[in-house]
Design a binder for this molecule. Structure first.
Ligand code: GLY
Ligand code: MN
Ligand code: MN
Length: 491
């Protein structure tokens, strides 16, 4: 939708005064970007193969209300077409269809005047070439009788189906095109994860490895959108730090962050925001954000990432609600900081992902021993037998970010132009086998890095990471200090 909005806006607004045109963002990925990505895919595809991609399903929220539509990241990456009920075919070599050589085909949902009153304009088949740079387009309803024999290919590569879409009343919906596709290629079940030995050309393996290799290394256009997403997220985190005070609710803090990132025109949360005060910080993916009054003396862990034109930041800050870390909080905080620093010193092309994790783990284990949180570093002490994970640092430290918050990419050696997080954490829930003074301290520090040949660039530097710098920023006034809303009257 976003892309379409931009393209339509561009053509519709060219006669408006410049100031009005400037109100529309113009830094979306171009059709050339998507075309080059399809070319890069084609280059890696096996001989005489076709790659098939489907748009994401529309998800129902309840009754006749759907969740906001979000395109499948691979589909967006390869087409820029962000409307549902669509399908893309990319051929390794041009294929003759209806007497025409075609190297790619987009199927998209037909126009529908009534539906468009509610949901907005759909792209028409005859607009695809000019707006998306894809030469061949048909409505999805055409696919059933489309003149293409999938048996001619050595491989028909696609992602396995989760079968989690519903049948919509309109013909040519995703449900229909997937079913026609399954019949055409002889797909029966989702269990044949390898190329079938019985002459079946279905290939459920190759495509993901190609998409991993493509999406893991960011182009300059992607890096520029990621920079923007991260800048916006961290500017908003810094404003939230200034606004923080006891008595706010977790959801209100989430709302402040969202208001600010939307002010900077980031469209969505890249993942559900995590805002956990006190014990809630120990729940790694705590997204309820329900605590009505955060308390003086608590820490609050805020894992917040704005999505800008499809690309998401992933940044965590942990701060003292009242602006001052107490002794134990500061000791744990500074230890997590030290762990992150140890990893980022190694962070450059050629380092292994696992080296980063081991560097953070060593600092955390040794530090917790030194602080007396652990009595020793025996296996039984540092491992939680119920989870099989490290007791107080139970997650990995790094992942790619991009169109997905946990983005596609290789997890072997770092390469130039990967964009990754480094996110060590220590979580000591109440009841843990250590002195009560440590209980319910939860700290994660998560930052985003652009990998370079000789080092890495910290992208998320607009929100402070050091305990002393956080405390300093929290003494500054906030634009929200004067925000007073009327009380809700009891009726
Ligand atoms: N926000 C999820 C994560 O940090 O991986
Ligand atoms: Mn993360
Ligand atoms: Mn995160």
């Amino acid at each position: 939708m976003k892309k379409t909005l931009f393209i339509c806006s561009f053509f519709l607004l060219t006669n408006l005064p410049t100031t009005a045109q400037n109100e529309y963002l113009n830094d979306f990925l171009t059709s050339d970007f998507h075309k080059h990505r399809r070319e890069a895919l084609r280059k890696q595809m096996p001989n005489n193969s076709v790659a098939v991609f489907f748009s994401n399903p529309v998800r129902n929220r309840s009754n006749d209300v759907n969740y906001i539509y979000h395109q499948d990241p691979n589909f967006h990456y390869l087409t820029g077409h962000n409307q549902p009920h669509s399908m893309l075919l990319v051929f390794k070599q041009p294929v003759e269809i209806n007497g025409q050589p075609m190297n790619e085909v987009l199927f998209l949902r037909d126009r529908n005047a009534l539906a468009e009153i509610y949901d907005g304009e759909r792209m028409a088949v005859n607009e695809v070439k000019a707006e998306l740079g894809i030469n061949n387009a048909f409505t999805s309803t055409v696919f059933e009788h489309f003149n293409l024999d999938f048996k001619q290919f050595d491989r028909v590569s696609f992602y396995d189906f989760f079968d989690d879409y519903r049948d919509h009343p309109e013909s040519g919906d995703l449900y229909e095109i997937v079913n026609h596709f399954k019949q055409k290629v002889g797909y029966e079940s989702s269990n044949n994860l390898e190329i079938e030995p019985k002459g079946n050309n279905i290939d459920l393996v190759t495509l993901d490895s190609i998409m991993i290799s493509l999406r893991g290394i960011k182009t300059k256009e992607e890096i520029s959108l990621l920079r923007k997403a991260v800048d916006i997220s961290t500017l908003a985190q810094a404003e939230v730090m200034k606004a923080m005070k006891p008595g706010l609710s977790e959801t209100e803090i989430q709302g402040l962050h969202e208001y600010i990132f939307k002010k900077y025109r980031a469209e969505y949360e890249g993942y559900p925001s995590i805002v956990g005060a006190g014990h809630n910080g120990c729940v790694l993916h705590y997204i309820d954000n329900y605590k009505p009054r955060i308390a003086d003396g608590e820490l609050i862990l805020m894992d917040l990432g704005a999505e800008y034109h499809g690309y998401t930041a992933d940044v965590t800050r942990t701060i003292p609600v009242n602006g001052k870390f107490n002794k134990e909080q500061r000791l744990i905080y500074d230890l997590v900081y030290e762990a992150q620093e140890a990893a980022l010193k190694l962070c450059k092309e050629g380092t292994y992902f696992d080296d980063l994790y081991q560097a953070t783990l060593k600092v955390i284990n040794d530090g917790l021993l030194e602080l007396g949180v652990y009595e020793n570093l025996n296996e039984e002490t540092i491992m939680n037998p119920q989870t099989g994970r490290n007791r107080y640092y139970p997650h990995g430290c790094c992942h790619h970010i991009g169109l997905d918050v946990h983005d596609k990419g290789e997890y072997d050696e770092l390469e130039e132009n990967m964009v990754i997080t480094i996110e060590p954490g220590i979580y000591i829930p109440a009841g843990s086998p250590t002195d009560e003074k440590w209980w319910d301290i939860a700290v994660r520090i998560e930052d985003d890095f652009l990998i370079q040949k000789e080092g890495c660039e910290l992208l998320s530097d607009k929100a402070p990471r050091k305990s002393s710098e956080i405390e300093k920023l929290m003494t500054q006034p906030s634009v929200f200090d004067s925000l007073v809303l009327p009380e809700l009257e009891e009726k």
